[in-house]
Design a protein. Structure first.
Length: 87
């Protein structure tokens, strides 16, 4: 199924670093059960999808669309929905 809308998730469409209202995100707000901790790509995808959310794209992460939205992950490598160039 497709990801829920920002309004359905009740997540803000701004972050401290980006105020364009294009993307919402969270690492720990309801309906997520809290921070995921260290997970594989599949575990992370399942964690997001169980809440009705989705992974950010690489471009959304590079644009800081969800910076400052939880779990202190702004300076950490995180998974994205973008495939690596090698597949």
């Amino acid at each position: 199924g497709s990801a829920m809308s920002c309004a359905e998730l009740n997540w803000a469409t701004t972050s401290p670093s980006n105020r364009d209202h294009e993307v919402c995100g969270s690492s720990s707000d309801d309906p997520l059960p809290g921070c995921s901790g260290k997970v594989t790509w599949i575990q992370g995808r399942d964690f997001c999808e169980a809440a009705g959310a989705r992974f950010c794209t690489q471009q959304e992460l590079e644009d800081d669309e969800t910076a400052g939205t939880g779990c202190s992950l702004d300076q950490t490598h995180v998974w994205s929905s973008t495939l690596c160039e090698s597949g």
